[in-house]
Design a binder for this molecule. Structure first.
Ligand code: CMC
Length: 431
């Protein structure tokens, strides 16, 4: 098929240039605007990246109109039903599903890296007991660059691999340490005889004084949530990791900036905000009053867990999570869950409301995830941390893909400057 071309004419000078469209393996074409600056001395303006592709990537594909999400080509529904978080991490990072031997080797390697340096543990004492765990996570991840000098050469593929295994292995340990610090309980060391999520739960909920009994239903539910959150192409935190990483900084600093970006309520912080919102609404009869506030532009209240930049029909992850909520609550013997009932009713009312219909706003991944987290015992302040643990797989895959690209460039956007033009300094006495 012939390459699509677009002709741009500067009507004042009559000068034209031809812009070529780059064809993806699936999805809409992307116009290469690189000649614009050279040919015409102009840049493009696209606040919020509404129509701009920031990079080329082979990792994840989303079709927002059809509600499609593919990790390396595999539909997320299939991975959610059949895979595990570690297998999905391998897929995202290495590009292919592992063989049995590769998965065992990967799992063994992750197991070898679950402990954190004892000195790193002492960092937590510097935090007040009620410091938000995302603040602790971001700081502790950044500080890891001071511990692993043996593998910080970003241009060495083996160093990059060691980093990838290390950070995926240590995220649950770092997160559990933050949680234990909040509780004032002793840190529980990782257990490499357990699978990824069972180990996470053991570190979160175990205490040294007695054995911890793992609930396999809860561990599997958590694994499923991690799979669904593992990657989402060029979202805000992944783009942050890429931008920070493009400077050549060490990968721990890049991931730490991703954690910081994820924390915002428009992004990963939404899962915590949804539960706060449901608690604030309280009962179904208060929903209309709450939605009236959401629709009032002066009020600045949002229906948290609703809307998405890319999904304009439905978010496939939200559908899987809603279904999983039913199963998990039934399996845990907690089918009678007022918060879940309230969320279902809120969704039903919002989806019939002209405000949400006309704007194509649907429940996103965060609308129901908090209900499962809560049901399996994860406290509200740790919801976004769970998201960060999962998204680490995606961040690592994107960072690796970018650094391994010989054409990598530092990310450096242009701007539309509307400030003062050149003016002379005025002495303070004359101002
Ligand atoms: N509640 C009320 N109004 C909304 C909402 C919402 N949740 N989401 C979008 N709108 C309105 C928005 O005010 C705008 O209205 P108008 O055209 O009258 O100005 C219109 O819908 C278009 O929204 P937008 O803000 O231009 O869309 P966006 O693509 O820039 O923002 C979003 C996407 C996810 C930030 C936004 O939908 C939102 O803030 N949602 C609530 C927070 C949330 O659930 N975030 C999690 C996203 S999914 C997980 C993740 O990415 O981490």
């Amino acid at each position: 098929m012939a390459t699509r071309q677009f002709t741009l004419t500067d009507n004042s000078s009559g000068k034209t240039s031809t812009l070529e469209a780059l064809s993806p393996s699936v999805g809409p074409d992307v116009i290469n605007i690189a000649p614009l600056a050279k040919d015409h001395g102009v840049y493009t303006f696209d606040p919020g990246f509404m129509s701009t592709a920031s990079c080329e990537s082979k990792i994840t594909y989303i079709d927002g109109d059809k509600g499609v999400l593919l990790y390396r080509g595999y539909p997320v529904e299939q991975l959610a039903a059949k895979s595990s978080f570690l297998e999905v991490s391998y897929l995202l990072i290495y590009g292919e599903l592992p063989t049995q031997t590769q998965l065992e080797e990967f799992t063994r390697s992750i197991g070898r890296h679950t402990m954190i340096n004892e000195s790193l543990l002492r960092f937590y004492n510097g935090f007040h007991y009620d410091a938000h765990p995302m603040a602790q996570l971001s700081a502790v991840v950044a500080s890891m660059a001071g511990f692993y000098h043996d593998s910080l050469d970003i241009y060495n593929p083996r160093h990059r691999e060691i980093f990838a295994h290390r950070i995926i292995a240590k995220m649950p340990t770092i997160s559990a340490a933050a949680y234990k610090h909040m509780l004032g309980q002793p840190f529980v060391y990782p257990r490499n005889d357990l699978d990824y999520c069972s180990n996470l739960m053991s570190m979160f909920f175990g205490v040294p004084a007695e054995p911890f009994e793992i609930d396999p239903i809860a561990a599997r539910a958590l694994d499923l949530l991690l799979i669904l959150h593992a990657d989402h192409e060029q979202n805000a935190s992944t783009s942050t990791v890429r931008l920070a990483g493009s400077t050549g900084t060490n990968p721990y600093s890049a991931i730490s900036s991703g954690v910081a970006a994820l924390w915002g309520p428009s992004h990963g912080g939404a899962n915590e905000a949804v539960l706060q919102m449901l608690e604030e609404i309280g009962t179904a009869d208060a929903i209309p009053k709450f939605l009236a506030r959401v629709k009032d532009k002066q009020d600045h209240t949002k229906l948290m867990g609703f809307g998405h930049r890319v999904y304009k029909h439905f978010d496939p992850r939200a559908q899987i999570i809603r279904e999983t909520c039913h199963q998990v609550l039934a399996n845990l013997g907690r089918s009678d869950n007022p918060l879940f009932e309230l969320a279902l009713r809120l969704e039903e009312i919002a989806l019939k409301d002209e405000y949400f219909v006309s704007r194509r706003l649907y429940p996103n991944v965060d609308f129901y995830s908090g209900i499962i987290y809560r049901a399996i015992g994860i406290p509200q302040s740790m919801f976004t941390v769970m998201f960060a643990i999962a998204r680490t797989a995606g961040w690592v895959a994107h960072w690796q893909e970018m650094i391994a690209d010989p054409g990598m460039k530092i990310g450096r956007p242009r701007q539309l400057y509307t400030g003062a033009t050149t003016r002379n300094y005025v002495d303070i006495a004359a101002r």
